[in-house]
Design a protein around this ligand. Structure first.
Ligand code: FAD
Length: 509
């Protein structure tokens, strides 16, 4: 039996921020566009995300903020140790404000989060990291409007369709093969393709392999990486796909897909999260202290520190600390990074006992007993506690330079507790090498004709393991890169139609 074939000018696989922005830009430029989406609704992980990084936006100007795009580019390059793609970063930073305005025209309401209101307290003084976060308002209605806007512009959505492979002919990408939920296979023939399938965060095994740890916890839509793999098969180079690690969670917390009123969805609702989100005393799986715990005020630095010790660590407290949290709510500022803490009051000793029963925390009437129960190396753990208690007494951390104000709780009054903590990730980022037009490049840095990508499938915007700690960077990248991919694909197709024998030369200038 012959495969069903659908004809169009541009096919977009995936309808997160990348796919939606690409489809809209290309349709407005006059192309006939079909979007294939694996799920039954648009939005992907972008729909769960909270905001968009843009520099010198209308909202920032209205708020009197004067931010320099050149500074933003420099800062991102520095953060990425110059491993990132300079022209791509330059183009995205310079196009983000316009992409944000287009998103507002598509139907999303936006409100700038002032720097002073950042939930990542480490960003309070930094308008680039904290003050460039343009928050999505009323997302359910926003996405409904976006879909209507795209449909009015002529975009055709097909839901429940999974892209499988890219089709090619004589060195040019000519479409996509796909399968619907009933298992029926078909092809979409097109003059260009935007692969916007959002990485492979739903593939636990692959994430564990890339990140070298089985301990990461996650949330998000189940993107499985078909699009990224197809681009590699077509000659693209996967230069930096990795998990977007972000904050950490208490072990076995219940993950839901619902978005909370706070920034992130699904982390456990339990006052113990106040301990998780406070710079207490942290040790690795061997009982050794490993970082300046003040990183808890920055979701990325926090996750990075946790990943550096295998993705799982413990915060250790004594009974005096628990009592202080019960009676006074603690003496330290509780971070609101990531999902933020559950700030309701509670009896923290009872909560700790419940966690021990639940298998998510360990208890010891002596340090040695705690070390044994939590599988720490006893001598190492002893040494770590002794050093830390000395630091608290002196209010000076000789080891990692933790701030004086955070050196409050010593580990002295038995019983002692160690809570298992796991780094979380928000899907993957990075992927195939692209140029600033979001054309996918082959090993010789040449564009693969007709192939475009963006968002969580595109490489070069991040260094690799560390996501730059600028709020809204990934979500902003999805919309901005998607828009550029759509505009570039439209120029390519138009050029091909007028000059069929000379595709793709200098059409982007
Ligand atoms: C809970 C959560 C919170 C986040 N918060 C933020 C935030 O506040 N700020 C920020 O900057 N970033 C945030 N991120 C990260 C950011 O949302 C993503 O990096 C970005 O939105 C990715 O956009 P995308 O378009 O590439 O992918 P997605 O938005 O994931 O879109 C991909 C789409 O492709 C579909 N798809 C997948 N495979 C196929 C296939 N084979 N065929 C057809 N369709 C397919 C998916 O169903 C999905 O709709 C968050 C992520 C999560 C999970």
């Amino acid at each position: 039996m012959e495969k069903k074939v659908i004809m169009t000018e541009l096919v977009v696989a995936g309808s997160g921020g990348t796919g939606l922005a690409a489809a809209y830009a290309a349709a407005k430029a006059g192309l006939k566009v079909i979007v294939l989406e694996k799920l039954q609704q648009i939005g992907g992980n972008t729909r769960i995300s909270s905001g968009f990084f843009a520099i010198n936006s209308r909202e920032q100007k209205a708020a009197g903020l004067q931010l320099s795009k050149a500074t933003a580019v420099q800062r991102l390059l520095n953060y990425n140790h110059f491993l990132a793609n300079g022209p791509l970063i330059h183009k995205i930073v310079n196009s983000a404000a316009e992409a944000l305005e287009t998103l507002e025209q598509m139907g999303m309401k936006i409100k700038l989060n002032p720097t002073a209101a950042t939930t990542q307290f480490a960003h309070r003084e930094d308008d680039y990291k904290g003050g460039s976060y343009h928050m999505y308002q009323d997302k359910a209605q926003g996405y409904q409007k976006i879909q209507q806007t795209l449909e009015r512009a002529g975009v055709e959505f097909k839901f429940g369709i999974t892209m499988q492979e890219l089709l090619s002919s004589e060195g040019q990408i000519t479409g996509i093969s796909a399968v619907n939920e009933a298992g029926e296979r078909f092809e979409v023939h097109a003059q260009a393709v935007v692969v916007a399938t959002g990485g492979f965060g739903g593939d636990k095994k692959r994430v564990a392999t890339v990140m070298q740890t089985p301990y990461l916890r996650t949330i998000g839509v189940p993107n499985m990486g078909e699009g990224l793999d197809a681009m590699v098969k077509a000659g693209g180079k996967n230069i930096d796909a990795t998990a977007l690690i972000h904050a950490a969670q208490l072990a076995k917390s219940k993950i839901t897909r619902k978005t909370s009123k706070q920034h992130l969805a699904g982390f456990v609702k339990n006052p113990l999260t106040q301990l998780l989100l406070t710079p207490l005393f942290w040790v690795n799986m061997n009982g050794e202290r490993f970082t300046n715990e003040d990183v808890v005020y920055d979701t990325v630095e926090w996750a990075n520190a946790g990943w550096s010790v295998g993705g799982q660590y413990y915060f250790v407290v004594d009974t005096a600390t628990l009592n202080d949290f019960t009676e006074h709510g603690g003496k330290l500022e509780v971070s609101q990074a990531g999902p933020g803490a559950d700030t309701t009051t509670g009896n923290f000793v009872e909560l700790a006992e419940a966690a021990v029963k639940d298998g998510t925390a360990y208890k010891g009437n002596t340090l040695a007993e705690l070390a044994q129960n939590a599988h720490f190396e006893t001598a190492q753990f002893y040494e770590a506690v002794k050093k830390y208690n000395d630091s608290v007494q002196l209010r000076v951390d000789q080891q990692f330079g933790k701030s004086k104000k955070s050196l409050v709780y010593a580990i002295k009054k038995a019983p002692f507790y160690a809570f298992t903590t796991q780094v979380a990730h928000l899907g993957t980022i990075g992927g195939v090498r692209v140029d600033e037009h979001l054309r996918v490049l082959d090993a010789e840095m040449r564009p693969i004709p007709g192939l475009y990508t963006g968002g969580a499938n595109a490489g070069g915007y991040y260094e690799g393991h560390s996501y730059p700690a600028y709020e809204g960077l990934a979500s902003g990248f999805a919309w901005t890169s998607g828009r550029i991919a759509g505009l570039s694909a439209a120029k390519y197709v138009k050029n091909k139609q007028t000059l069929p024998s000379q595709p793709a030369k200098n059409v982007y200038k």
